[in-house]
Design a protein around this ligand. Structure first.
Ligand SMILES: Cc1cc2nc3c(=O)[nH]c(=O)nc-3n(C[C@H](O)[C@H](O)[C@H](O)COP(=O)(O)O)c2cc1C
Length: 369
C-alpha cells in the first residue's frame, strides 16, 4: 500500500490542473468544432418554452451535464467536492466523483468524497480505475465505496496512457477486458449500474466494440481535446526521461468527436456521455446532436470550484444558457428534438476515416479531390 504516495499525487494533480496549462494544444479550435449545427432562421418556437431537461438513473437533470470525475482523498479535494456538489444541486445537474481507490486503502478519506448532505438528490457516480481490478480490488470493494457515498452508479476509468507515463504507474492491463466484463455484470446484477470512461484519450472503434458486449449503463467518451493526463504526469515526473515521455505523448489519443462517434456507432446502443474538452453549452448541443445522451465537463468546473460555489454556479448557468440558445437556433424545443437536429460533421473526424479504414474522399483542406 502506498497511502502517502496517493494523497501527495492527488494534491499535485490539483495544483497542476488549477494553475498550469494542462490542455491538449488544439491550435486555437475547440474539441467539438468538427460538428456543425445547421442554423434555422425560422425556429417556430419560443426561447422561453425550451426544455433542456433529461433523465439519468431515474432522476431529472435540469440540463444534460454531469460535472466530470475529478478528485477526493485530500482536505483540499474535500472542499472542492463539496463546492461542486452544492453548485450541482443548485443548478440541477449531476456529478461524478474522483477515483475512490484511496478510500479502499485509507477508509477515513470517505469524508472527502461525502457530498450527500449538501446534494441529497443529484445523480452521483462513484469512480475507480478499471486496472485496479488487476491489483486486487474486487466488486465487493466497489460496492462498498459506492454505498458509503450514496452513489447512484459507478464508473470505471480506463487510463492506460496516463499510467504508462506516470512514474511507477499501474500498467498490468493484461486480461482486464474480461475482468471488467465480469465485475460490471456482477455489480449490475446487484443493482448498481456501471459505466466505463476514458480520462481524455478517447476510444477507438475496437476499444468500443470490447465495451459493447458488457452490461453497461453508459460509456463516457472522454476523447482527446481537453485535459491531457499524459502531459500532467509528464510534468510530475521525477526524471528528465519521464518529463520528455509526457511531452512526447501530450496529445495522444482519439479526438473527442471521433471517440464520441465511435461510441455512438459501435457501442451497441449503450447511452453515451460526451466529454473531453467539452467547454460550453454549444459544445454540448453539438455532442447531443451527434448522438450523445448527456455531456460531462471537468477542468473549467475545477478551476471555478477552487474559487467558490458561486463561481461554479456561474459557469453552470452560462453553460445552460448557451445550450438553450443553440437549441433555439436549430429549432429544438427539447433534447429529443436536439438529437434529431441536422448536423454537418467534418469527414476527417469520422472514426473510420480517422483510423484509415476508409479513404477520405477529400484532401487535407476539406475539398473534394
Ligand atoms: C484534476 C482532475 C482530476 C481527475 N481525476 C479523475 C479521476 O480520479 N477519475 C477519472 O475517471 N477521471 C479523472 N479526471 C478526468 C476527467 O474526468 C475527464 O475525463 C478529463 O479531464 C477530460 O475532461 P475535461 O477536458 O473537461 O477536463 C480528472 C480530471 C481533472 C482535471
Amino acid at each position: 500500500m502506498e497511502d502517502e504516495g496517493i494523497t501527495v499525487r492527488k494534491a499535485e494533480h490539483l495544483r497542476l490542473a488549477i494553475e498550469e496549462d494542462v490542455e491538449v494544444p488544439l491550435g486555437g479550435g475547440g474539441a467539438f468544432d468538427a460538428v456543425r449545427l445547421v442554423y434555422q432562421a425560422l425556429p417556430e418556437i419560443d426561447l422561453d418554452a425550451i426544455d433542456p431537461s433529461v433523465e439519468l438513473f431515474g432522476k431529472r437533470l435540469a440540463f444534460p451535464l454531469m460535472i466530470g470525475s475529478m478528485t477526493g482523498g485530500t482536505e483540499e479535494a474535500g472542499v472542492i467536492n463539496r463546492r461542486l456538489a452544492e453548485a450541482a444541486a443548485r443548478c440541477g445537474v449531476g456529478m461524478f466523483l474522483g477515483s475512490q481507490r484511496v478510500m479502499i486503502e485509507r477508509p477515513e478519506t470517505v469524508a472527502t468524497f461525502a457530498v450527500r448532505d449538501v446534494a441529497p438528490e443529484i445523480p452521483l457516480v462513484a469512480n475507480i480505475g478499471a486496472v485496479q481490478l488487476n491489483y486486487g480490488v474486487t466488486p465487493a470493494h466497489i460496492r462498498g465505496i459506492a454505498e458509503q457515498v450514496g452513489a447512484d452508479a459507478v464508473v470505471f476509468h480506463l487510463n492506460a496512457a496516463q499510467e504508462a507515463v506516470q512514474d511507477g504507474g499501474d500498467t498490468r492491463f493484461a486480461g482486464l477486458a474480461q475482468r471488467l466484463a465480469d465485475a460490471t455484470a456482477e455489480l449490475g446484477a446487484s443493482g448498481l449500474p456501471c459505466g466505463v470512461k476514458e480520462v481524455g484519450s478517447g476510444f477507438s472503434i475496437d476499444a468500443v466494440r470490447r465495451l459493447a458486449g458488457m452490461q453497461l449503463a453508459f460509456i463516457e467518451s472522454a476523447g482527446r481535446g481537453g485535459t491531457s493526463w499524459t502531459l500532467i504526469e509528464g510534468r510530475r515526473a521525477g526524471s528528465a526521461g519521464g518529463r520528455s515521455l509526457g511531452a512526447l505523448f501530450a496529445d495522444w489519443g482519439v479526438p473527442s468527436v471521433t471517440s464520441l462517434l465511435a461510441c455512438v456507432a459501435h457501442g451497441g446502443g449503450i447511452p453515451v456521455i460526451a466529454s473531453g474538452g467539452l467547454r460550453s453549452g454549444l459544445d454540448a448541443a453539438r455532442a447531443i446532436a451527434a448522438g450523445a445522451s448527456v455531456t460531462a465537463m471537468a477542468l473549467p468546473l475545477l478551476r471555478a470550484a477552487a474559487r467558490s460555489v458561486d463561481a461554479v454556479v456561474a459557469e453552470l448557468e452560462a453553460f445552460k444558457r448557451a445550450l438553450v440558445t443553440a437549441m433555439f437556433l436549430v429549432g429544438a424545443p427539447d433534447i429529443a428534438a436536439l438529437r434529431r437536429a441536422p448536423i454537418r460533421i467534418d469527414h476527417r473526424a469520422r472514426p473510420e476515416v480517422w483510423e484509415g479504414r476508409v479513404d477520405d474522399p477529400r484532401d487535407g483542406m476539406g475539398r473534394r479531390s
